[in-house]
Design a protein around this ligand. Structure first.
Ligand code: NAP
Length: 294
C-alpha cells in the first residue's frame, strides 16, 4: 500500500522533524506554518506548501498538529469555513493539559472531525530514530488507522480512549525531566557560587541522574511500594533525607543562590516528618504530595 498523504501544521523544530521523517518514508506531505519561511526547506525536499489552514486540512485525510499549545490550534483552525473539518482526522502532538486535550477532542467532534491526542517523548533530532517514542490516546480505531504513519515518527504507545491520557503521561514525564533540569542548574549554581567551574561538577552530576535507579530501585519496585503504602525505614529514612534537604536549603541561602527549588523539596520532607513519617523510607513523602481524596 502506498504511504498515505499527511498534512503537518506547525513547523517549529518538532514539526519540521516530523514532516521530514514522513517525507523520507515516502508519504506525500503538505505543510503549513504561520511563519511561511519555516516551510522552505521542506518544500525543497518535496513537501507541498498549503496556501492556508483550510487548504492544509483538506489536502490530506490526516493532519498532524505540532504547536506550542492547544490555543494555537484554535487560532489556526477556529476560523475555518463551516464543514472544513468534517470527515478529517486530527492528531495533536502539542503540549497542554489533559483537560485541554479533552476539550479539544469535543471541539473537533462537534465539527465532524476525529481527534487523537499525542505527546512526543524525545527531542526533535531524535524523531524517526531508534528509541523515539510517543504516547497516544483517543478512539482506538482512529489510532489503529494511523498507527503505520505515526510509527514513522517513533514507537507508538497507545494509552486508551480518554483523550486526556496522552497529555497526562507527557506532562508527568516532563515533570521528571524539567525538575531534574532545574535541579542540575541549581546544583551547578551552588558550586559556581564558590568559584568552582561548572565543568568540574556537571559530569558527576549527570552520573547522579543516571545512577538513580541503582540507588532507589527500578520503577516497578518503587511503584509497588507506593501502591501498597509500604515505606519501611530500614535504609534512607525521611528524617535523614530531610536533614540533608534542610542543609541544601541553608547552603543555597548562604551562597545567594535561588532558594525556591530546595525550599519546595525541604517542605516535602518537613511536612512528611510533621505528619509522623520521619522513621519511614523517603517514599513516605508521597503521602504528603499525592492528591487527597475530595
Ligand atoms: N522541540 C522538542 O524537542 C520537543 C520535544 C517533545 C515535545 N515537543 C512539543 O512539540 C510541540 C512543538 O515543539 P516545537 O519545539 O516545534 O515548538 P515551537 O518552536 O514553539 O514551535 C511551535 C509552532 O507553533 C506555532 N504557533 C505557536 N503559536 C501559534 C499561534 N498562536 N498561531 C499559529 N501558530 C502558532 C509556531 O508558528 P511560528 O513558526 O509562526 O512561530 C510554530 O510552528 C510543543 O508542544 C512541544 O512541547 C517538542
Amino acid at each position: 500500500m502506498n504511504p498515505a498523504p499527511i498534512t503537518v501544521v506547525g513547523l517549529g523544530p518538532m514539526g519540521r522533524a516530523m514532516a521530514g521523517a514522513l517525507l523520507r518514508a515516502g508519504h506525500p506531505v503538505t505543510v503549513w506554518n504561520r511563519t511561511p519561511a519555516r516551510a522552505d526547506e521542506l518544500v525543497l525536499a518535496g513537501a507541498t506548501r498549503a496556501a492556508g489552514p483550510a487548504d492544509a486540512v483538506t489536502a490530506s485525510p490526516l493532519t498532524i498538529l505540532s504547536l506550542t499549545d492547544y490555543p494555537a490550534m484554535y487560532d489556526i483552525l477556529g476560523g475555518l469555513p463551516a464543514g472544513a473539518l468534517a470527515g478529517r482526522d486530527l492528531v495533536n502532538l502539542s503540549s497542554d493539559t489533559p483537560a485541554a486535550s479533552r476539550a479539544a477532542a469535543e471541539w473537533a467532534g462537534d465539527r465532524g472531525a476525529r481527534f487523537l491526542t499525542g505527546g512526543v517523548m524525545v527531542p526533535a533530532p531524535a524523531i524517526g530514530q531508534p528509541g523515539a517514542h510517543a504516547y497516544y490516546s483517543g478512539p482506538e480505531e482512529l489510532f489503529a488507522a494511523h498507527a503505520p504513519a505515526l510509527r514513522v515518527i517513533g514507537e507508538t504507545r497507545y494509552l486508551g480512549a480518554d483523550p486526556g491520557l496522552a497529555q497526562l503521561f507527557y506532562q508527568a514525564q516532563l515533570d521528571v525531566f524539567l525538575t531534574a533540569l532545574s535541579a542540575l542548574l541549581h546544583a551547578t549554581a551552588l558550586v559556581t557560587a564558590a568559584g568552582v567551574p561548572a565543568s568540574d561538577f556537571l559530569p558527576d552530576a549527570m552520573g547522579m541522574l543516571t545512577g538513580i535507579p541503582d540507588m532507589v530501585g527500578d520503577g516497578a519496585s518503587v511503584a509497588a511500594a507506593l501502591e501498597a503504602g509500604r515505606h519501611p525505614g530500614d535504609l534512607s529514612t525521611t528524617r535523614m533525607m530531610g536533614a540533608t534537604a534542610a542543609h541544601i536549603l541553608r547552603t543555597s541561602e548562604e551562597s545567594g543562590v535561588d532558594r525556591e527549588l530546595p525550599a519546595a523539596v525541604a517542605s516535602h520532607y518537613g511536612r512528611a516528618i510533621a505528619a509522623g513519617h520521619g522513621a519511614r523510607n523517603w517514599t513516605a513523602l508521597y503521602e504528603v504530595i499525592r492528591a487527597r481524596p475530595q
